[in-house]
Design a protein around this ligand. Structure first.
Ligand SMILES: [Zn+2]
Length: 213
């Protein structure tokens, strides 16, 4: 075992256990200031570890000396997702591989929270998800073709006796993350994109006006 170790949660095997630090890679990356377009270099470090329980690889990233955050495997949702929904998901993902049934129940809770957040009116979850498609928040073919929606509907009806196969847990996870991407992440990125271009354009206009005066 290498000299340097840490104790952290491993999403591969769902254990909080020893991880060996295999490699630390420093790097320099560049960002830009929206107001003046100037470059801003920042220091980062990637840390590769191996979980000593399951022997799988994890990757952490630390920017400008911040606490390293887990970059792979990903367990956190994007910052654009409402906090209470992220919290439900983070609790779910920690048990996905060891308790698929409990995972599915927790994801169902997450879906209910999304539907509530988006103001759906229907009574049952499967109908609420369809409602999201009707409102244009998610593509309708995603819902129509999804056995996951039916499965999650059943879990709600028979919470105690429905057995979820680990393979189904993977599908449920993918479906949930796709919904998150459509409803929160993409619209947020689009807004940021427009705002940053707007800010830059405005700052350039101000500079030009200054030159004229
Ligand atoms: Zn592990």
């Amino acid at each position: 075992m290498p000299d340097k170790t840490i104790i952290n949660f491993c999403p591969h095997c769902c254990n909080r256990a020893t991880q060996s630090i295999l490699h630390e890679q420093k790097y320099i990356d560049i960002g830009w200031n929206f107001y003046d377009g100037h470059e801003h270099p920042f220091d980062g470090i990637y840390i590769v570890t191996r979980c000593e329980t399951c022997k799988q690889i994890l990757l952490y990233n630390s920017i400008d000396g911040d606490e390293p955050s887990l970059a792979f495997p990903e367990i956190s949702l994007d910052d654009s997702v409402p906090e209470h929904i992220s919290k439900i998901y983070e609790e779910a993902i920690r048990i996905k591989n060891i308790a698929p049934n409990a995972f599915a129940v927790q994801i169902r809770k997450g879906l209910e929270a999304i539907c509530k957040d988006r103001g759906t009116k229907k009574k049952y979850l499967t109908e609420q998800i369809k409602e999201l498609a009707e409102k244009g928040e998610i593509p309708s073919n995603l819902v129509e073709a999804s056995d996951v929606v039916r499965l999650i509907g059943n879990i709600g009806a028979h919470a105690n006796n429905q057995e979820v196969h680990p393979m189904q847990a993977f599908a449920i996870n993918d479906f949930f993350k796709m919904l998150i991407e459509y409803i929160y992440v993409s619209p947020d990125r689009m807004m940021q994109f427009k705002a940053s271009l707007g800010k830059y354009k405005k700052s350039q206009e101000n500079l030009t006006n200054k030159d004229r005066s």
